[in-house]
Design a protein around this ligand. Structure first.
Ligand SMILES: *Cc1c(COP(=O)(O)O)cnc(C)c1O
Length: 360
């Protein structure tokens, strides 16, 4: 068996221990004589799986009791519509555009009300986070929306925007569980799990209870109404059961490793190895302003598209895969989520040094 170092932005690496456990339980989960894939979502065994997944996520993130946790389908992109449908009571919302995912969310919200792009970093290919200390927040905004970590561009908020009392809504698809979060700073946090948690097919919504109401936009599908899902404890219809089971295993795994402070420590250590090298290299350079650099997604370039392609090709052959950057940034991107071991980053940097020496 040869595992590669997979630097994909998503779906991405999962902890080997979790994959092994899932393999062991594939044919017979916990004495049930069946796989979790074959199990009724109304069974006792699955009830226990989803309940302990929720409890472990609550423990990890210290989620207050007045927040609900929903395990849903449709990916992060489905939430681009669900959020305005559920939260736009005044039909006004303010969006901070720091990348393609925030922009897509904004464009979707425009269908349902007056979405305002109150700040953007598009002028410099989203290579920084705009100053959000005194934005023109709309008087009647139902919420302010951010994408907390910009997967494609490799930027992240080191300080939350001043929302002037409005509810903050955040897409944390690519940095959830990478560091502690103060959930109370947000009205709603959501994440597609396939970046830092589990297999594609699950999106988790953490929402303050008072925001879950019957007062949703006219025409909101039953399935997209948070109240439907909250009342049914995420079991209104058949949930993405196997995905939830794997997420639960990852939550347990992170607890065992020491929780989110520990993950932050590890992630900072990993990212530093790569950024320090990029800052000292004469061949490679990072594309993001240092103060807004992501711990999870690290884009870099040589400045020469042919050299970039040569690097990606040789890296792939050496077992460092999925390093090609997003087409809008070019170059390379190393996604170093929770499950990427520190050796993976150390070895990548070793390989980059060797490549640099050979290509002077
Ligand atoms: C990947 C990603 C998305 C889209 O996720 P889907 O589950 O494919 O819809 C949205 N936001 C961010 C920040 C992402 O990284």
């Amino acid at each position: 068996m040869a595992r590669v170092y997979n630097f994909s932005a998503g779906p991405s690496m999962l902890p080997v221990e979790v994959l092994q456990e899932a393999a062991e339980e594939m044919l017979d989960y916990n004495g049930t004589g069946m796989s979790v894939m074959e199990m009724s979502h109304r069974s006792k065994a699955f009830e226990e799986i989803i309940e302990s997944a929720e409890q472990d996520l609550r423990d990890l993130m210290n989620i207050p009791d007045n927040y609900k946790v929903l395990f849903l389908q449709g990916g992060a992109s489905q939430q681009f519509a669900a959020i305005p449908m559920n939260l736009m009571k005044n039909k006004v919302a303010d969006y901070i555009i720091t990348g393609q995912w925030a922009k897509k969310a904004y464009q979707e919200a425009c269908k349902y009300g007056k979405a305002n792009a109150i700040a953007s970093s598009e002028d410099k290919t989203f290579s920084y986070i705009p100053d959000c200390s005194d934005l023109p927040i709309s008087e009647d905004a139902d919420y302010v929306y951010i994408c907390h970590n910009n997967t494609i561009y490799g930027t992240t908020y080191k300080k939350l925007p001043n929302t002037k009392g409005k509810i903050l809504v955040a897409d944390m698809s690519s940095d959830i569980l990478s560091q502690p979060v103060n959930v109370e700073d947000y009205g709603l946090i959501y994440f597609g799990v396939q970046k830092n948690v589990g297999p594609a097919g699950v999106v988790v919504v953490i929402i303050r209870e008072d925001l879950i109401t019957d007062d949703v936009l006219e025409g909101t599908p039953t399935m997209l109404k948070y109240k439907t899902q909250a009342d049914a404890k995420s079991l209104y219809n058949t949930p993405p059961a196997y995905g939830i089971y794997i997420c639960g295993k990852v939550f347990k795994h992170l607890k065992k490793l020491g929780g989110l402070s520990k993950m932050q420590e590890l992630n900072e250590k990993k990212a530093k190895i790569l950024y320090d090298y990029l800052d000292s290299s004469e061949l490679f350079k990072g594309t993001v302003v240092p103060e807004d650099r992501s711990l999870m997604n690290v884009p870099f370039v040589t400045g020469d598209a042919d050299m970039d392609a040569k690097f990606v090709k040789e890296a792939t052959a050496a077992g460092f895969v999925n390093l090609k950057g997003h087409r809008t940034v070019g170059g390379m991107r190393a996604s170093i989520y929770n499950a990427m071991p520190i050796e993976g980053v150390e070895k990548l940097v070793e390989f980059m040094k060797k490549f640099e020496a050979e290509n002077k």
